[in-house]
Ligand binder design. Structure first.
Ligand SMILES: [Zn+2]
Length: 163
């Protein structure tokens, strides 16, 4: 696929901060790794970012809405407002650590797996699941208007339980 490079580099991180960032040295310890990831992305590891990052990245690949993360934070007794959760999720997305997947106009999921992949959306339980086949492609790409290129194709295949 020729747009593979674009797929990986379309995130809204300005080139200056990207080149200044260093490669995170991940150890498998979630607390240490979140600290490394934040610093590598040019974000100060504040207590709130660390706590939210730990909830987000400490359990493998996940798809969470801001409300879901807020609920987890509340259960984990992390003193944080829903507005801060939104801000942090957007900052992590801008830094390329999360990917946004919009399902409905009202529902945005944040994916800890930022590599190119597509999703099943289980309508009955409002759950987003990775489609294991990363090579899934549209059989025919649409014509792109003059002056534009395809940054990435997000496919959401909506599933519902058979009646
Ligand atoms: Zn995913």
């Amino acid at each position: 696929m020729t747009n593979q490079i674009t797929v990986l580099s379309d995130d809204a991180v300005d080139p200056a901060s990207r080149s200044a960032a260093h490669q995170p040295a991940l150890t498998g310890c979630p607390w240490h790794d979140v600290n490394e990831m934040l610093q590598a992305a040019g974000l100060r590891p504040t207590r709130q970012r660390m706590a939210l990052g730990w909830l987000l990245f400490g359990k493998g690949a996940r798809h969470l809405t801001a409300e879901m993360l807020y609920e987890e934070a509340t259960l984990a007794k992390v003193p944080v407002s829903l507005a801060t959760v939104y801000n942090t999720l957007n900052q992590l997305t801008d830094a390329g650590l999360l990917r946004q997947v919009s399902v409905d106009g009202t529902k945005t999921y944040f994916d800890t797996n930022v590599t190119a992949h597509h999703h099943f959306y289980l309508e009955n339980n409002h759950e987003l699941v990775d489609i294991p086949d990363p090579h899934l492609v549209l059989s025919k790409m649409p014509e792109v208007p003059e002056g534009y290129e395809i940054a990435r194709v997000d496919m959401v295949v909506r599933l519902r339980k058979k009646r």
